[in-house]
Write a protein that binds this ligand. Structure first.
Ligand code: HAM
Length: 415
């Protein structure tokens, strides 16, 4: 019987894994500069953690969570995102007692039962950051600037940084009232889900992906026109600080975000090369979530990068692959023993070295060296072993040189 991976869930194979490493390594280096520390969070949480934060009328909670009862009858969910588990941990371990702003990052798989399509998977990987303990818009600008630095450092350009403010508990209710009044007369044009959302969470209607709903809501009022004085000042200051750092941005008042915990700043970074799933990263402020989870007032802001959305862009830029410095071919038992020892010794000196297995013919060994792109090849046979010398062939310019079969001598030729 042949098994296949589940729908929307895939294996990540080399050489793509090298691109993943590059993304992760770059992020880790940049996070260090900005003072972010790694936090490793569980993949499963009590379902309530997500319902209470993401919101029970969001698509994620209503339709997309992998939820099951464990053997003790508790409702458990695979995490659809990282902010809720992070805030649960932040409160549980009193991380708010650390000097603010407290800055953390995490890397790992998330799970959403969405309809799979290009760049949208049911298991996908995020690199997320969260910074808490300050509502200073400088922090918002710094976080967005860090995201820009990451994308630049990975070697990518051509993104749109879209920002908006979605207000706070002071100004949003007034906006919701006006929005409901506007949508009321067209309610029959909306899908069943939206008609239900209209009662409990009208903002979600702005996030619905159904074509008829997109059409029907085109002339709705924008929340930016309803911000209270504090939120407006905060948004103006964010724009000012982005300007100071020369970060280009566009204001998109239609950003809603699919999660209910956001307040004020919301942003998305989009690439034109990705089609409909164009958001490579997204985030925003969540100033009351820690409080709602039983912690002290601790405003927060963060974002998550979708690794699967960065990979195809990196492929476009033709990333170089690392090829072995040397491949050791051997003929006969004694030569095989010698090459086995030499391989390990050369690796210990920092070289990337390959060797042959299974007593293959010289032809097969050479073919393997060629296929893996080895830069140099040494063939050790009985004669070479007796003399303690062999030919080393540079596979690029095809030049050959004699070399003593000693680690230091081989290093001299290769380096
Ligand atoms: P999100 O917008 O739901 O935000 O996801 C962030 C990013 O994850 C998206 O921009 C996208 O690149 C990637 N992503 C989401 N769903 C999928 C999928 N099905 N397949 C592939 N990639 C996907 C959050 O998750 C928030 N927790 C971000 C945040 C952190 N806000 C504050 N702190």
């Amino acid at each position: 019987m042949k098994f296949k991976s589940l729908k929307g869930i895939r294996d990540i194979l080399p050489p793509e894994t090298a691109l993943w490493q590059k993304i992760e390594n770059t992020c880790r280096e940049i996070f260090k500069k900005y003072g972010f520390q790694e936090i490793v969070l569980p993949v499963i949480e009590s379902t309530d953690v997500f319902i209470r934060s993401i919101g029970d009328t969001t698509d994620i909670v209503e339709k997309e969570m992998y939820t099951f009862l464990d053997k003790g009858g508790r409702s458990i969910s695979l995490r659809p995102e990282g902010t809720a588990p992070f805030v649960r941990a932040f409160v549980e371990h009193h991380l708010y007692n650390e000097p603010p702003p407290q800055k953390y990052y995490y890397v790992g798989p998330m799970f959403r039962y969405e309809r799979p399509q290009a760049f949208r998977y049911r298991q996908f990987y995020q690199i997320g950051v969260e910074a808490l303990g300050s509502e200073d818009p400088k922090l918002d600008a710094e976080i967005i600037s860090m995201l820009a630095a990451i994308l630049k450092s990975i070697g990518l350009g051509n993104f749109d940084f879209e920002i908006t403010s979605i207000g706070c508990s002071q100004c949003r209710p007034e906006y919701q009232k006006v929005l409901k009044n506007t949508l009321k007369i067209k309610l029959n044009l909306f899908c069943e889900d939206c008609r239900r959302r209209y009662e409990f969470n009208p903002l979600r209607i702005l996030d619905c992906k159904v074509d008829s709903c997109i059409q029907a809501r085109t002339e709705s009022p924008a929340i930016l026109d309803f911000l209270c004085a504090d939120c407006k000042q905060h948004f103006d200051a964010l724009k000012h600080h982005l300007g100071l750092l020369s970060i280009p941005y566009v204001i998109n008042p239609n950003i809603v975000r699919g999660l209910d915990y956001y307040t004020r700043t919301a942003f998305e970074v989009k690439s034109k090369s990705l089609g409909s799933q164009s958001a490579v990263a997204a985030g925003g402020r969540y100033d009351s979530l820690v409080n709602e989870f039983g912690g002290p007032p601790a405003p927060g802001i963060g974002f998550a990068i979708g690794i699967e959305r960065i990979i195809p862009l990196l492929k476009e830029t033709n990333m170089p692959v690392e090829y072995p410095d040397l491949f050791l071919c051997s003929l006969g038992q004694e030569a095989s023993k010698k090459s086995f020892i030499l391989t390990e010794q050369l690796r210990a000196k920092g070289l990337i070295v390959g060797m042959s297995y299974d007593n293959q013919s010289l032809r097969s060994q050479m073919r393997k060296a060629d296929r893996i792109g080895a830069k140099n090849v040494i063939v050790i046979g009985e004669d070479e072993l007796k003399k303690g010398k062999a030919l080393i062939k540079n596979m690029q310019d095809k030049k050959e040189a004699e070399v003593d079969l000693e680690v230091e001598e081989i290093l001299k030729v290769i380096q």
